[in-house]
Design a protein around this ligand. Structure first.
Ligand code: AMP
Ligand code: MN
Ligand code: MN
Ligand code: MN
Length: 275
């Protein structure tokens, strides 16, 4: 059985609709797919209908944006209840903040001589409440400011570059709390992407575990082979289970396609042992 527990649809910054995403996963031999749109649950119902028709198991998921110390972290929730009020209200707050951030990003790009980016990004957003940096990046590619989305993030939208604005997301405690309140499991997404020193890494893992976190993404499209082994060990050190997900956003925009994932390192307990 192939598990892919991290993916995006047009309800956040993916390129495929939920039914098209599920169909692609089924075609590629995925047995269990989690749809984990950023800060939003609205794609899950359509994904479920498609999954039932295609005989693939769908895990209700979400990827929650979090501010921790000076970093932005992503926490994936698996097997969450999309009808849970507390989770829904928390995500709504994050989406409200996203709209204000998008306006500030457009102002920053305007100051760098790039006009019209808010409308431009909105035109790429399938979900009007979920305008992300990816949508701005697609607009910047369209206007010739970079040759692809990955190249945009080297020149814009990060650090002290045009289009980047600091933003306060949910706290780690809130994100894990909402996921747990809805009966789900919290998984630290793509930890190799965060700029963490060793002491800070251990503090994060200890705090996450303390708050009720369950797993760490060990195998993800964002990790190198070396990082699979490293994060497999860190997960074991903290009694955290291991997850695997492509973080697929769309053909041509992702490092890994759906289901194209190596096995977990030896010694890891898969998070799906709890499914
Ligand atoms: P946001 O949540 O609006 O800040 O957007 C974050 C999204 O931007 C991530 O989920 C990725 O899809 C995308 N992203 C961030 N950094 C990069 C990068 N270096 N290359 C490509 N996509 C990126
Ligand atoms: Mn994304
Ligand atoms: Mn992420
Ligand atoms: Mn993701």
């Amino acid at each position: 059985m192939t598990f892919d527990l991290h993916s995006h649809s047009t309800h956040s910054d993916g390129l495929l609709t939920p039914p098209d995403l599920v169909a692609r996963a089924a075609r590629r031999g995925v047995g269990t797919l989690a749809l984990t749109d950023h800060d939003d649950l609205s794609g899950l119902a359509a994904a479920r209908v498609a999954a039932q028709q295609l005989d693939i198991a769908l895990v209700n998921g979400v990827e929650i944006s979090v501010s921790w110390q000076a970093l932005t972290l992503h926490i994936v929730g698996l097997q969450i209840d999309p009808g849970n009020r507390e989770l829904d209200a928390g995500l709504q707050q994050i989406r409200d903040g996203r709209l204000r951030r998008a306006e500030a990003m457009a102002t920053s790009l305007e100051q760098a001589g790039i006009a019209g980016s808010l409308d431009g990004a909105r035109a790429y957003a399938g979900n009007p409440e979920l305008v992300s940096r990816t949508h701005f990046a697609r607009f910047l590619v369209e206007r010739g400011h970079a040759h692809d989305v990955a190249a945009v993030f080297k020149k814009y939208l990060t650090g002290d570059k045009p289009g980047h604005v600091p933003h306060q997301w949910a706290s780690l405690q809130q994100a894990v709390g909402w996921i747990n309140a809805s009966g789900g499991m919290a998984v630290l997404a793509h930890p190799g992407r965060y700029k963490l020193g060793n002491a800070q890494r251990d503090k994060l893992l200890a705090e996450f575990k303390d708050l009720g976190g369950v797993g760490v993404e060990v195998v993800t499209g964002s990790h190198t082979v070396r990082q699979y082994a490293d994060w497999g060990r860190h997960a074991q050190r903290y009694g955290l289970l291991a997850s695997a997900g492509s973080d697929f956003h769309g053909p041509g925009e992702s490092y890994r396609d759906l289901g194209n994932l190596p096995a977990l390192p030896a010694g890891c307990t898969p998070v799906w042992s709890l499914f």
